[in-house]
Design a protein around this ligand. Structure first.
Ligand code: UT7
Length: 320
């Protein structure tokens, strides 16, 4: 017993920030950003809270799944950008959509959606839940230094949700973590109010080249593990949905795997890296634009802060 995805939903903020807009803020250019990352624009929250955006995504997923909020047994939100440290983002979603079930957040940065799917799968397999809402949303614009060209060109805000039911569509799932705050981190305000140091605002910090190497090698390793453990050949996988971080990461991993370009889906150009939100936004777009067909096999692979990875293989068989 694992799960079946009944429906999907996603929402991105209204405000678009183009590469040319960024070129007016830091020393960069559209040409550099497109050639080094594949990103042309990204969405930035302004006026919308995380709760607003998560609730809209959740209601779209519930409508798509034909499930009402009072049928939910659990809500899991994968995020590192919640509106509050407490209450959790999931609790705020629960209240706003009118659900009465337990709710909690999962922090696994860009791998958060797959971590949340794995947690949901365990609840469904144990019989503790029948219907679960998984939301994955991040708003990294709050944590990016908009004067640092090394990082600010990469990220955007966005995310989505899925409604899960008991089922057999999860063919395999694997998570990894190797604690490392050197390569990628967002600092907490850990200074003691009784200490002598002045508290200054700190931003997302990253060694881009190290993350790049980690990402490419782990995507390849995780895909090979899925193929081996699920006894599925690479040819049988219809679409690969990688975390949308950099088109060069996607292309390098695809070339090493020797898989055709047409199988690797991407919306990176429009949204940049939306952290935990990137795979659910892509999944929802492919669901709603009719790309996905019943019975197709999808590989979802994410990597990011932790350092973490999450990878799963699933059969596509939604409610409608
Ligand atoms: O969810 C996971 C989060 N993180 C990632 O996925 C990031 C993974 N890493 C990457 O995507 C790439 O490493 C980057 C896009 C961040 C950087 O690309 P790169 O090809 O590794 O560039 P680089 O860091 O080696 O920088 C090359 C040059 C440098 O100039 P010099 O030293 O050669 O003169 C940088 O200062 O490009 C410069 N540079 C820029 N130039 C214009 C760095 N950022 C920019 C910029 N515009 N925005």
């Amino acid at each position: 017993m694992s799960f079946r995805i009944l429906g999907t939903g996603s929402v991105v903020p209204d405000r678009s920030l183009s590469n040319n807009d960024l070129a007016g803020m830091v020393d960069t250019s559209d040409e550099w950003i497109v050639s080094r990352t594949g990103i042309s624009s990204r969405r930035i929250s302004s006026g919308e809270t995380m709760t607003d955006l998560c609730v809209k995504s959740s209601l779209l997923a519930l409508e798509n799944a034909e499930v009402s909020p009072d049928e939910l047994d659990l809500i899991i939100c994968a995020t590192i950008c919640g509106d509050y440290i407490t209450p959790s983002q999931a609790s705020l979603i629960q209240s706003e959509i009118g659900a009465t079930c337990p709710a909690f957040d999962v922090n696994a940065a860009c791998s958060g959606f797959i971590y949340a799917l794995d947690t949901a799968s365990a609840y469904l397999s144990s019989g503790k839940a029948s219907k679960i809402l998984v939301v994955a949303y991040d708003s990294l614009s709050k944590f990016v230094d908009w004067t640092d060209r090394n990082t600010c060109v990469l990220f955007g805000d966005g995310g989505g949700a899925v409604v899960l039911d008991k089922g057999d569509d999860l063919l395999g799932i694997n998570l990894t973590s190797e604690g490392n705050a050197e390569i990628l981190n967002i600092p907490c305000h850990n200074e003691s109010p009784f200490g002598s140091e002045t508290v200054t605002r700190q931003f997302l910090q990253m060694n881009g080249q190290e993350v790049f190497k980690f990402a490419v090698s782990r995507i390849v390793t995780e895909m090979k593990k899925l193929i081996q453990n699920c006894k599925v050949s690479a040819d049988e996988i219809d679409y690969v949905l990688l975390h949308q971080a950099n088109i060069r990461i996607i292309n390098a991993a695809r070339q090493r795997l020797g898989m055709p370009e047409g199988k690797f889906m991407s919306n990176l150009a429009r949204y940049g890296n939306t952290s935990a939100g990137s795979i659910p936004v892509l999944l929802d777009e492919l669901n709603r634009n009719g790309t996905l067909r019943k019975g197709q096999i999808l590989a979802l692979i994410a990597f990011g802060g932790g350092l973490t990875t999450g990878a799963c293989l699933l059969r596509w068989d939604p409610a409608k």
